[in-house]
Write a protein of this length. Structure first.
Length: 71
């Protein structure tokens, strides 16, 4: 039995994320929540660059992200 290496594992994760993102674009709310959960650390990090309190920044980025996905 052959082990899957890091490249194969990453590719599988990317494919799963792409599928989930497509489902979110098509209106699947559970898929949208999974995408947002996956992006949480990036959103938190980006919120620190805005000239807003962190929680407001997170809300603003999340709202823009949802709009972009569903737009």
């Amino acid at each position: 039995m052959q082990k899957s290496g890091p490249k194969e594992t990453t590719q599988l994760c990317n494919n799963a994320f792409s599928l989930t993102l497509e489902q979110a674009k098509e209106g699947d709310n559970e898929a949208l929540l999974r995408v947002l959960e996956e992006m949480r650390s990036e959103i938190d990090s980006l919120a620190g660059f805005l000239m807003l309190p962190k929680e407001e920044g997170i809300q603003e980025i999340t709202a823009q992200f949802i709009e972009k996905i569903r737009g």
